[in-house]
Design a protein around this ligand. Structure first.
Ligand code: SAM
Length: 262
């Protein structure tokens, strides 16, 4: 992470972002802020998922991690404790619970997640329902195995865990689908890779699809990727939440970009 870049943009975000829907004239975005982004309702499954997080944060067991880096072909391997990975890689509770609320609100039938890690965001993204389907892709075998155990613990039968490089597994996953309703991009944070995944998923979108980009201010490259995505002519509404960039394709909307406090 480029900390200077992230801090600069965080301060800008605090100064520019709209709170509580004030000054937002789009009814679609206003409703989203009120009902989803600012919503603080708790669901039973939140406790179950957070208790998995608490266990991971106490697990001193070491695993061999294949560091896929920036999509590099030369995989670095090193030993890390489950605890340290959980601390560094998982989306914090507040942001992860927004993924649940977005799912619950838009009810995507078919979703893809790039970057499973230990599966907490996968659970938040999918456990608002039973008939919806989530395909989640993770390149590190030992990390994915921990996620698969977590899915079993919560009996999350609607998640398909795929192990492999995004560049190989994303096209395979997409080929099996007619459309994709939601994609959560949370791994391999480089400009080229992010744009590449975005362009691969684009032909599978419908009017109602949502893309969620993680860490859009993680580096200059990620911020450049976010800017390119915003100006893509297929993209209509974008919402910058600092930690996430939300993308909507709704043809009925005029092209507009919002900066919203979360
Ligand atoms: C930030 S973590 C995902 C965190 C998870 N979504 C959560 O919040 O609970 C990103 C994951 O993507 C995986 N990853 C990164 N680059 C990858 C690539 N090119 N192919 C496959 N997996 C990759 C990493 O191994 C890592 O576990």
């Amino acid at each position: 992470m480029n900390y200077l870049h992230a801090i600069y943009h965080f301060i800008r975000h605090l100064l520019q972002s709209k709170k509580g829907g004030h000054g937002v004239h789009s009814p679609f975005v206003y409703q989203l802020i009120k009902e989803v982004i600012d919503n603080t309702d708790q669901y039973y499954v939140f406790e179950d998922i957070e208790s998995l997080r608490a266990k991971l944060l106490l697990t001193e067991q070491e695993i061999i991690v294949e560091d896929l880096g920036a999509g590099s072909r030369t995989t670095k391997k090193n030993k890390r404790t489950i605890r340290s990975i959980a601390k560094a890689a998982l989306k914090p509770k507040k942001q992860a619970q927004l993924l649940f609320r977005l799912g619950n609100h838009f009810q995507p039938e078919v979703a893809i997640e790039l970057g499973t890690s230990f599966g907490l965001s996968s659970l938040y993204l999918s456990q608002w329902g039973e008939k919806n389907k989530l395909i989640t892709i993770e390149g590190c075998h030992n990390i994915a195995k921990v996620a698969q155990l977590n899915f079993q613990k919560l009996n999350a039968k609607n998640i398909t865990s795929v192990i492999g490089e995004f560049s190989q597994q994303l096209p395979i996953a997409l080929k099996q689908l007619d459309k994709v309703d939601l994609v959560y991009f949370d791994g391999n944070h480089t400009e080229d890779a992010t744009i590449g995944y975005f362009e691969q998923c684009l032909p599978y979108t419908t009017n109602e699809s949502i893309f969620i980009f993680d860490d859009i201010y993680w580096s200059k490259g990620m911020t450049k990727a976010w800017k390119k995505i915003k100006i893509n002519k297929r993209v209509k509404v974008t919402i910058d939440l600092f930690h996430f960039g939300l993308v909507f394709f709704r043809n009925e909307q005029t092209k507009e970009d919002f900066t919203v406090y979360h």
